[in-house]
Design a binder for this molecule. Structure first.
Ligand SMILES: C[S@@+](CC[C@H](N)C(=O)[O-])C[C@H]1O[C@@H](n2cnc3c(N)ncnc32)[C@H](O)[C@@H]1O
Length: 272
Protein backbone atom coordinates (compact mmCIF):
# COMPACT_ATOMS: atom_id res chain seq x y z
CA UNK A 1 0.00 0.00 0.00
CA UNK A 2 1.42 3.35 -1.09
CA UNK A 3 1.67 5.82 1.79
CA UNK A 4 0.72 9.48 1.36
CA UNK A 5 4.06 10.61 2.81
CA UNK A 6 5.92 8.45 0.27
CA UNK A 7 3.99 10.12 -2.56
CA UNK A 8 4.76 13.59 -1.19
CA UNK A 9 8.45 12.75 -0.73
CA UNK A 10 8.65 11.28 -4.23
CA UNK A 11 7.21 14.45 -5.75
CA UNK A 12 9.67 16.63 -3.82
CA UNK A 13 12.39 14.32 -5.14
CA UNK A 14 11.16 14.91 -8.70
CA UNK A 15 11.60 18.66 -8.26
CA UNK A 16 15.17 18.10 -7.12
CA UNK A 17 16.07 15.55 -9.73
CA UNK A 18 14.85 17.53 -12.75
CA UNK A 19 16.63 20.65 -11.46
CA UNK A 20 19.95 18.82 -11.67
CA UNK A 21 21.97 18.61 -14.86
CA UNK A 22 20.72 20.57 -17.85
CA UNK A 23 17.47 19.00 -19.00
CA UNK A 24 16.89 21.70 -21.66
CA UNK A 25 19.79 20.27 -23.70
CA UNK A 26 18.16 16.81 -23.75
CA UNK A 27 14.70 18.26 -24.43
CA UNK A 28 16.04 19.84 -27.61
CA UNK A 29 16.91 16.34 -28.86
CA UNK A 30 13.45 14.90 -28.19
CA UNK A 31 11.62 17.75 -29.95
CA UNK A 32 10.79 15.44 -32.94
CA UNK A 33 8.49 13.47 -30.62
CA UNK A 34 6.51 16.66 -29.96
CA UNK A 35 6.11 17.30 -33.68
CA UNK A 36 4.81 13.75 -34.24
CA UNK A 37 2.38 13.80 -31.31
CA UNK A 38 1.01 17.18 -32.45
CA UNK A 39 0.36 15.79 -35.94
CA UNK A 40 -1.27 12.61 -34.64
CA UNK A 41 -3.37 14.42 -32.03
CA UNK A 42 -4.46 17.05 -34.57
CA UNK A 43 -3.12 20.11 -32.75
CA UNK A 44 -4.49 23.13 -34.62
CA UNK A 45 -4.31 26.87 -34.67
CA UNK A 46 -6.90 28.35 -32.31
CA UNK A 47 -7.48 25.10 -30.38
CA UNK A 48 -6.81 24.91 -26.64
CA UNK A 49 -4.04 22.62 -25.42
CA UNK A 50 -2.69 21.67 -22.00
CA UNK A 51 0.93 20.41 -21.91
CA UNK A 52 1.13 18.27 -18.75
CA UNK A 53 4.66 18.19 -17.22
CA UNK A 54 5.83 20.65 -19.86
CA UNK A 55 9.45 20.86 -18.64
CA UNK A 56 11.29 23.52 -20.64
CA UNK A 57 8.51 23.74 -23.23
CA UNK A 58 9.40 20.94 -25.62
CA UNK A 59 5.74 20.64 -26.67
CA UNK A 60 4.25 23.89 -25.35
CA UNK A 61 6.49 26.09 -27.50
CA UNK A 62 6.05 24.39 -30.91
CA UNK A 63 2.30 24.02 -30.19
CA UNK A 64 2.06 27.78 -29.59
CA UNK A 65 4.09 28.32 -32.77
CA UNK A 66 1.37 26.37 -34.59
CA UNK A 67 -1.14 28.86 -33.23
CA UNK A 68 -2.65 26.71 -30.47
CA UNK A 69 -3.77 28.44 -27.27
CA UNK A 70 -1.34 26.75 -24.88
CA UNK A 71 -1.18 26.23 -21.14
CA UNK A 72 1.70 24.29 -19.57
CA UNK A 73 2.18 22.95 -16.07
CA UNK A 74 5.21 21.34 -14.45
CA UNK A 75 6.15 20.42 -10.90
CA UNK A 76 9.78 21.65 -11.13
CA UNK A 77 10.10 25.42 -10.55
CA UNK A 78 13.46 25.65 -12.34
CA UNK A 79 12.03 24.16 -15.56
CA UNK A 80 8.90 26.34 -15.33
CA UNK A 81 11.19 29.39 -15.22
CA UNK A 82 13.17 28.20 -18.25
CA UNK A 83 9.96 27.48 -20.13
CA UNK A 84 8.62 30.97 -19.41
CA UNK A 85 11.90 32.54 -20.55
CA UNK A 86 11.96 30.46 -23.76
CA UNK A 87 8.36 31.39 -24.56
CA UNK A 88 9.07 35.09 -23.95
CA UNK A 89 12.23 34.95 -26.09
CA UNK A 90 10.18 33.41 -28.91
CA UNK A 91 7.52 36.12 -28.52
CA UNK A 92 4.87 33.53 -27.62
CA UNK A 93 2.07 33.99 -25.16
CA UNK A 94 1.84 30.76 -23.13
CA UNK A 95 0.28 30.37 -19.69
CA UNK A 96 2.95 28.40 -17.79
CA UNK A 97 2.36 27.43 -14.17
CA UNK A 98 3.83 25.27 -11.46
CA UNK A 99 1.50 22.34 -10.96
CA UNK A 100 1.07 18.66 -10.27
CA UNK A 101 -0.15 16.22 -12.95
CA UNK A 102 -2.10 14.43 -10.21
CA UNK A 103 -4.05 17.56 -9.20
CA UNK A 104 -4.54 19.73 -12.27
CA UNK A 105 -5.71 23.15 -11.18
CA UNK A 106 -8.31 23.60 -13.94
CA UNK A 107 -12.09 23.08 -14.13
CA UNK A 108 -13.52 20.03 -15.90
CA UNK A 109 -13.61 20.13 -19.74
CA UNK A 110 -11.12 23.03 -20.01
CA UNK A 111 -9.04 21.94 -23.02
CA UNK A 112 -9.53 20.42 -26.46
CA UNK A 113 -6.19 18.56 -26.31
CA UNK A 114 -4.44 17.35 -23.16
CA UNK A 115 -0.98 16.04 -24.01
CA UNK A 116 2.10 14.90 -22.15
CA UNK A 117 5.46 14.17 -23.75
CA UNK A 118 7.58 11.93 -21.47
CA UNK A 119 6.10 13.86 -18.54
CA UNK A 120 3.03 12.53 -16.69
CA UNK A 121 4.76 9.13 -16.67
CA UNK A 122 6.79 10.48 -13.72
CA UNK A 123 3.71 11.08 -11.56
CA UNK A 124 3.67 8.21 -9.05
CA UNK A 125 -0.08 7.48 -8.99
CA UNK A 126 -0.78 6.46 -12.55
CA UNK A 127 -4.55 6.14 -12.45
CA UNK A 128 -4.90 9.50 -10.74
CA UNK A 129 -2.69 11.27 -13.31
CA UNK A 130 -4.65 9.61 -16.13
CA UNK A 131 -8.02 10.58 -14.65
CA UNK A 132 -6.88 14.18 -14.24
CA UNK A 133 -5.93 14.41 -17.93
CA UNK A 134 -9.38 13.09 -18.88
CA UNK A 135 -11.22 15.33 -16.40
CA UNK A 136 -9.79 18.56 -17.84
CA UNK A 137 -10.28 17.43 -21.46
CA UNK A 138 -13.56 18.39 -23.11
CA UNK A 139 -16.01 15.75 -24.43
CA UNK A 140 -14.87 14.65 -27.89
CA UNK A 141 -11.39 16.00 -27.13
CA UNK A 142 -8.04 14.20 -27.31
CA UNK A 143 -5.62 12.97 -24.67
CA UNK A 144 -2.20 11.87 -25.87
CA UNK A 145 1.03 10.70 -24.24
CA UNK A 146 4.47 9.47 -25.17
CA UNK A 147 6.44 7.11 -22.93
CA UNK A 148 9.73 5.28 -23.49
CA UNK A 149 8.95 1.61 -24.08
CA UNK A 150 9.87 -0.69 -21.23
CA UNK A 151 12.28 -2.72 -23.36
CA UNK A 152 13.72 0.21 -25.36
CA UNK A 153 17.01 2.05 -24.76
CA UNK A 154 15.65 4.71 -22.41
CA UNK A 155 13.26 2.41 -20.57
CA UNK A 156 16.16 0.05 -19.90
CA UNK A 157 18.43 2.98 -18.95
CA UNK A 158 16.34 3.66 -15.88
CA UNK A 159 16.33 -0.08 -15.14
CA UNK A 160 20.16 -0.09 -15.11
CA UNK A 161 20.32 3.01 -12.88
CA UNK A 162 17.71 1.42 -10.59
CA UNK A 163 19.91 -1.65 -10.01
CA UNK A 164 22.54 0.59 -8.39
CA UNK A 165 20.18 2.77 -6.34
CA UNK A 166 17.86 2.10 -3.37
CA UNK A 167 14.48 0.63 -4.46
CA UNK A 168 11.39 2.90 -4.64
CA UNK A 169 8.91 2.72 -1.75
CA UNK A 170 6.76 -0.42 -1.67
CA UNK A 171 3.69 -0.16 -3.89
CA UNK A 172 5.06 2.72 -5.98
CA UNK A 173 4.30 2.41 -9.69
CA UNK A 174 7.31 3.11 -11.90
CA UNK A 175 7.37 5.44 -14.93
CA UNK A 176 8.28 2.69 -17.37
CA UNK A 177 5.15 0.68 -16.69
CA UNK A 178 3.59 3.26 -19.01
CA UNK A 179 5.55 1.84 -21.93
CA UNK A 180 2.94 -0.79 -22.91
CA UNK A 181 -0.48 -0.49 -24.55
CA UNK A 182 -2.02 -2.68 -21.85
CA UNK A 183 -0.95 -0.32 -19.07
CA UNK A 184 -2.28 2.74 -20.90
CA UNK A 185 -5.66 1.05 -21.49
CA UNK A 186 -5.80 -0.14 -17.89
CA UNK A 187 -4.99 3.24 -16.30
CA UNK A 188 -7.32 5.36 -18.44
CA UNK A 189 -11.11 5.34 -18.68
CA UNK A 190 -12.55 2.44 -20.73
CA UNK A 191 -14.57 4.80 -22.93
CA UNK A 192 -11.46 6.18 -24.69
CA UNK A 193 -10.82 5.14 -28.28
CA UNK A 194 -7.04 4.60 -28.53
CA UNK A 195 -4.62 4.45 -31.39
CA UNK A 196 -1.07 3.38 -30.65
CA UNK A 197 2.20 3.46 -32.55
CA UNK A 198 5.81 2.75 -31.76
CA UNK A 199 8.14 5.57 -32.76
CA UNK A 200 11.85 6.29 -32.41
CA UNK A 201 13.98 9.29 -31.43
CA UNK A 202 17.58 8.96 -32.64
CA UNK A 203 20.38 10.17 -30.39
CA UNK A 204 23.82 10.73 -31.92
CA UNK A 205 27.35 11.09 -30.52
CA UNK A 206 30.95 10.30 -31.52
CA UNK A 207 30.69 6.97 -29.71
CA UNK A 208 28.75 5.23 -26.92
CA UNK A 209 31.11 6.50 -24.20
CA UNK A 210 30.77 10.11 -25.39
CA UNK A 211 26.98 9.72 -25.31
CA UNK A 212 27.18 8.40 -21.75
CA UNK A 213 29.38 11.39 -20.80
CA UNK A 214 26.82 13.79 -22.27
CA UNK A 215 24.03 12.10 -20.31
CA UNK A 216 25.95 11.99 -17.02
CA UNK A 217 26.35 15.76 -17.25
CA UNK A 218 22.82 16.63 -18.42
CA UNK A 219 20.29 14.06 -17.15
CA UNK A 220 19.09 14.82 -13.61
CA UNK A 221 18.49 11.20 -12.50
CA UNK A 222 22.03 10.31 -13.56
CA UNK A 223 23.55 13.37 -11.91
CA UNK A 224 21.73 12.32 -8.72
CA UNK A 225 22.91 8.71 -9.00
CA UNK A 226 26.50 9.89 -9.39
CA UNK A 227 26.24 12.17 -6.33
CA UNK A 228 24.85 9.25 -4.29
CA UNK A 229 27.26 6.55 -5.49
CA UNK A 230 30.58 8.33 -6.00
CA UNK A 231 31.30 9.00 -2.28
CA UNK A 232 30.81 5.26 -1.62
CA UNK A 233 33.16 4.33 -4.49
CA UNK A 234 30.24 2.68 -6.32
CA UNK A 235 29.83 4.99 -9.31
CA UNK A 236 32.39 3.23 -11.52
CA UNK A 237 30.18 0.10 -11.58
CA UNK A 238 27.18 2.11 -12.81
CA UNK A 239 29.38 3.93 -15.33
CA UNK A 240 30.63 0.62 -16.77
CA UNK A 241 27.10 -0.82 -16.91
CA UNK A 242 25.76 2.23 -18.72
CA UNK A 243 28.53 2.36 -21.31
CA UNK A 244 27.84 -1.31 -21.95
CA UNK A 245 24.09 -0.53 -22.09
CA UNK A 246 24.55 2.19 -24.72
CA UNK A 247 26.91 -0.06 -26.67
CA UNK A 248 24.18 -2.72 -26.78
CA UNK A 249 21.63 -0.28 -28.21
CA UNK A 250 24.05 1.34 -30.66
CA UNK A 251 22.90 0.84 -34.26
CA UNK A 252 25.71 2.83 -35.94
CA UNK A 253 28.07 0.77 -38.07
CA UNK A 254 30.84 3.37 -38.50
CA UNK A 255 32.16 3.43 -34.91
CA UNK A 256 29.99 6.39 -33.91
CA UNK A 257 26.89 6.25 -31.71
CA UNK A 258 23.30 6.16 -32.91
CA UNK A 259 20.94 5.15 -30.14
CA UNK A 260 17.33 4.50 -31.09
CA UNK A 261 15.09 5.62 -28.24
CA UNK A 262 11.91 3.69 -28.87
CA UNK A 263 8.72 5.13 -27.40
CA UNK A 264 5.03 4.35 -27.31
CA UNK A 265 2.78 7.06 -28.69
CA UNK A 266 -0.81 6.81 -27.47
CA UNK A 267 -3.56 9.04 -28.82
CA UNK A 268 -6.99 8.70 -27.24
CA UNK A 269 -10.26 10.17 -28.42
CA UNK A 270 -12.81 10.90 -25.69
CA UNK A 271 -16.49 10.22 -26.35
CA UNK A 272 -18.46 13.31 -27.44
C1 LIG B 1 11.61 13.87 -18.90
S1 LIG B 1 11.00 15.42 -18.38
C2 LIG B 1 9.94 15.83 -19.79
C3 LIG B 1 9.65 17.30 -19.90
C4 LIG B 1 8.96 17.75 -21.19
N1 LIG B 1 7.62 17.22 -21.32
C5 LIG B 1 9.77 17.41 -22.41
O1 LIG B 1 9.31 16.65 -23.28
O2 LIG B 1 10.91 17.91 -22.52
C6 LIG B 1 9.85 14.96 -17.12
C7 LIG B 1 9.12 16.15 -16.55
O3 LIG B 1 8.09 15.69 -15.69
C8 LIG B 1 7.95 16.63 -14.64
N2 LIG B 1 7.18 16.01 -13.57
C9 LIG B 1 7.51 14.94 -12.80
N3 LIG B 1 6.51 14.65 -11.94
C10 LIG B 1 5.52 15.55 -12.18
C11 LIG B 1 4.22 15.76 -11.62
N4 LIG B 1 3.74 14.98 -10.64
N5 LIG B 1 3.48 16.78 -12.10
C12 LIG B 1 3.96 17.60 -13.08
N6 LIG B 1 5.18 17.46 -13.62
C13 LIG B 1 5.95 16.43 -13.21
C14 LIG B 1 9.39 16.99 -14.32
O4 LIG B 1 9.51 18.17 -13.60
C15 LIG B 1 9.98 17.08 -15.73
O5 LIG B 1 9.85 18.38 -16.26
Amino acid sequence: MLRRMDVAAFKEGQKTVWSLGEFADIAAMIRPASEIIMDKAGVRSGGTLLDVACGTGNLAIPAAERGAIVTGIDITPKLVEICRAEAAAAGLSIDIREGDAEALDFPDDSFEKVISVFGMMFAPQHELAASEMVRVCEPGGTVAITTWTTEGMNGQLFGVIGKHMPPPPEGMQTPFQWGTEEHVREMFDDSIDWSFSREVVNFHADDAEKWFEFMEEKLGPLVLARAALEPQGKYEDLRADLIEHYGRFNTATDGSFNGEGEYLLAVGKLPA
